[in-house]
Design a protein around this ligand. Structure first.
Ligand code: ADP
Ligand code: ZN
Length: 811
């Protein structure tokens, strides 16, 4: 029999996989998808088996030391998908696999210390304490030891290791154990008569507590989990133990079940589709029956009933015995959506929530991996959820930029990965949006995707009126930051007891401190950005690295006392509004007020309960809100997106404004929306105002075509980072030349310093290469491999201090 070898991927930036020999004892057991424990350079590491084969390599191989999983934790399907992502996004296969696995199934190991064989007991202080501890415990986690004995401890441990008294060894941390609880049940022979006998031993009312508990258990019926016992009158740990001692009940330990709170399960509440919904559903349904891949773009304004179509399609897939995947931009912002899916599918759904802790996430993953649950719902990374027999992938709000991962690698776009995954599984992909991305629209125009339209809102609610306020015209007719018509309407709404939402787009615009004498702006010492002034906390903070400092009472540059606040943030707007409407109750929702757990929901609920009249917030208020009492919505600065140097500024602005316009007037009261802008003639403003997606898309698409931006090209962005400003500059230039050569003289934009050139004391440069959109993984990989190869022979001095990363399809 020939020798068996395995290709192992590691979660590092190195793109190659490594070949190891599989010892004969493991050759029966080892299959791709299992993690292994292997020597790597001078230490031991966890890797993933991606392939086994019998091609003897022409170099010396090391051996696999241990197999860490009994069953593969990655299916053949997921190995294939992650391989594609690895090649298409130029990440390492191991990094991609790591991103696809829950943290519980990780690649971490832990170091331990134990006594060496030739050890003797030393006499002194901490040395003795350390040795005694290890003698007692047999072994001890190095991390715990270092925590316990601090610095001196580390030194002593090292000394003992050198002397040969201790050894350090490392072990893989294999997985998180499921949290368990007791599940109580009757012992087999216990009957009602026996319970009655205990009860009747006492005169009525004189029964001791544990007998009352026994009766209580009998009345509600067993088995019962520990978590179900709360709220019972007599049952507690004392009485349970007592009854247990009597030999009447026993328990087994079972994994804790995580019920999703406040969710109602009632599949009978599924709605009957209207004509348009039904047409869309039938088209999708047909492909589900044929078991053929098809990409659909479901386009319909907010409230047109897309979610109902998703639900019906998913139901159809489940009835065919298959599973489904639902992707949403951010679970925390879309509780209503999750609730609606839960109502119909109940416990068949695994919710992959970013707020779940490590164990809960592992359990949700495990429920899918084992086939116990058939539907996964989650944000971006859920695209890798191990759903069995995938029949459909639904992507809500497909235009949302949170579907693209920027850092760390793999820098994938969940939409592309989803399409590829659906394709490989002969599944259906349904991407929905009220403002489809240019990329998805282009697919439709290229006949790669089928457009399904929901032309109107389900109920009678009309889209609200939108008025544009030209700030140039109102320059002398402002009340604070509000143009007079908006101001007056807010006043009216308040007098009628209605609610108002004001949106202040803060991207990059925040208040900062500037010296009026010398013009000095107080900057972050680590990043090349001004520090943001936080009025209430009375401090300055860096929004890139988190650095904070107190407010200087004089200018750090010239020493003058004239440091004043400039620019405006949401806090300032809030203050401004409170001066204008001193009677109104205000609520603010932005990055600062929503950092805590459930803060979003708290603020929204408060507003929903009408405990505030005006909600002021950043773009997050535009997402997923639906308040019937809101009649006025104002966007204070509609055009700030345009200040960002991105080919997507206009698209993003249109999406944001359309979303806002779609928010108001969802109820029966007539709503009005105001856009305050310096550029009333901008296409995004004109079209968002008229709810005219088609016109916007037409103009935008033409522009993209002329400038050959995506979807008419693919953008490869190369990023360079280093603490050494000279080296990074040099490397960026040389690498750009290599890229030009590798791309057969394709034009490379840059290299140029990134928008924020210094972050965390690192200098950042970038360059861009546009390639044809038809280029797939093979071409991209080939091109970049060549560029790196050319670069290898031209590395300048200091090159090792520069990190080069690749972002395919950078947004
Ligand atoms: P979208 O996902 O496009 O924003 P939704 O699916 O949330 O739209 O629908 C908007 C509202 O209309 C929801 O309250 C939903 O329950 C209701 N609705 C949609 N379709 C139907 C239907 N066929 N029958 C009854 N109500 C519907
Ligand atoms: Zn900083």
């Amino acid at each position: 029999m020939s020798d068996l070898f395995a290709n192992i991927a590691f979660p590092t930036a190195v793109r190659e996989v490594f070949t190891y020999r599989v010892p004969a004892v493991f050759s029966e057991k080892l299959t791709p998808g299992m993690r292994v424990w292997v020597p790597l350079q001078s230490h031991m590491a966890i890797g993933m088996t991606v392939k086994t084969h019998s091609n003897t390599p022409d170099f010396k191989t090391k051996e696999i030391a241990k197999i860490l999983d009994d069953q593969p934790v990655m299916s053949a399907e997921m190995l294939e998908l992650t391989e594609w992502v690895h090649r298409f996004y130029y990440a390492s296969w191991g990094e991609t696999i790591q991103a696809a696995l829950p943290v519980g199934l990780n690649f971490q190991s832990e170091k331990y210390i134990r006594l060496a064989k030739q050890f003797q007991l030393p006499h002194l202080g901490i040395e003795k304490e350390i040795i005694e501890t290890i003698l007692e415990k047999g072994e001890y986690s190095l991390r715990d030891a270092e925590k316990r004995w601090q610095n001196t401890g580390s030194k002593i441990i090292n000394r003992l290791v050198k002397k040969g008294l201790l050894e350090i060894w490392e072990e893989p941390k294999v997985r998180v154990e499921a949290k368990k609880e007791k599940k109580w049940n009757w012992e087999e022979s216990v009957t009602s008569e026996i319970v009655d006998k205990y009860w009747n031993q006492y005169t009525d009312g004189k029964q001791p507590k544990w007998v009352k508990a026994l009766k209580e258990l009998h009345d509600i019926g067993m088995p019962l989990r520990q978590s179900q016992l709360a709220g019972l009158e007599y049952v507690d740990s004392y009485s349970l133990n007592r009854i247990n001692k009597e030999g009447l009940i026993g328990y087994e330990k079972v994994p804790v079940r995580h019920e999703i709170p406040n969710l109602e399960y009632d599949p009978s509440k599924i709605k009957t589709l209207n004509v348009h919904q039904d047409y869309a559903f039938q088209r999708i349904s047909q492909k589900i029956e044929e078991q053929k891949f098809q990409n659909f773009l479901l386009y319909g304004v907010t409230g047109s009933g897309k979610t109902e179509v998703y639900i019906h399609a998913l139901k159809k897939v489940l009835e065919a015995g298959k599973g489904g995947l639902v992707l949403v931009p951010e679970i925390a912002l879309t509780p209503q959506t999750v609730r609606r899916f839960y109502q119909i599918f109940g416990d068949n759904i695994a919710v992959l929530h970013s707020r779940l802790n490590q164990r809960e996430r592992y359990e949700a993953w495990q429920d899918l991996q084992s086939g116990k649950k058939k539907i996964a719902i989650g944000a971006r990374s859920a695209v890798f959820a191990p759903v069995h027999d995938l029949g459909i992938i639904i992507m809500d709000e497909e235009h949302d930029s949170s579907y693209k991962q920027d850092d760390p690698a793999p820098r994938y776009h969940a939409r592309e990965v989803a399409i590829m995954r659906a394709y490989k599984n002969n599944a259906v992909m349904v991407a929905g949006s009220a403002t489809p991305s240019m990329v998805s629209l282009h697919s439709v125009q290229q006949n790669k995707s089928v457009l399904l339209k929901l032309p109107s809102r389900h109920a009678t609610a009309d889209l609200p009126d939108v008025k544009v306020l030209d700030l140039k015209q109102y320059k002398n007719a402002m009340r604070g930051s509000l143009a007079i018509p908006l101001y007056l309407d807010i006043e009216k709404a308040l007098s009628r007891n209605e609610q108002i939402i004001l949106l202040y787009n803060r991207r990059g615009f925040a208040s900062y401190l500037q010296c009026e004498s010398c013009g000095h702006i107080v900057e972050c010492p680590h990043c090349s950005v001004s520090l943001t002034y936080h009025k209430y906390q009375k401090n300055l903070r860096c929004h890139y690295c988190g650095y904070s400092r107190s407010v200087p009472y004089k200018c750090p540059n010239c020493g003058d006392h004239s440091v004043v606040e400039k620019g405006s943030g949401t806090q300032q707007i809030e203050e401004d509004i409170s001066k204008l409407f001193p009677e109104a109750r205000l609520l603010r929702m932005d990055q600062d007020t929503t950092s805590g757990k459930n803060a979003h929901a708290r603020i929204l609920n408060k507003f929903g309960r009408r405990e505030a009249d005006i909600l002021i917030g950043t773009q997050i208020v535009a997402k997923g809100l639906d308040f019937p009492e809101v009649t006025v919505v104002g966007v204070i600065n509609s055009d700030t997106e345009l200040a960002f140097p991105s080919y997507r500024s206009s698209e993003r602005m249109f999406q944001l404004l359309s979303q806002v316009a779609g928010r108001s007037g969802r109820s029966l009261k007539k709503g009005i929306v105001y856009f305050q802008t310096w550029q009333p003639d901008h296409i995004a403003i004109i079209c968002a105002r008229k709810h005219d997606y088609d016109r916007f898309a037409e103009v935008e698409m033409e522009q993209r075509k002329q400038l050959s931006y995506p979807p008419f090209s693919r953008i490869l962005q190369i990023n360079f980072k280093s603490k050494d400003g000279t080296a990074v500059h040099k490397v960026a230039h040389i690498f750009s030349e290599c890229l030009i050569k590798a791309g057969n003289n394709a034009p490379v934009l840059g290299p140029s310093p990134s928008a924020v050139i210094r972050v965390y004391n690192e200098y950042r440069w970038e360059c861009l290469l546009k390639i044809s959109p038809t280029n797939g993984a093979k071409v991209i990989e080939h091109l970049l491999n060549n560029a790196f190869q050319f670069y290898d022979s031209r590395k300048p001095r200091g090159a090792s201090k520069v990190r080069i990363t690749v972002n395919v399809d950078a947004l």
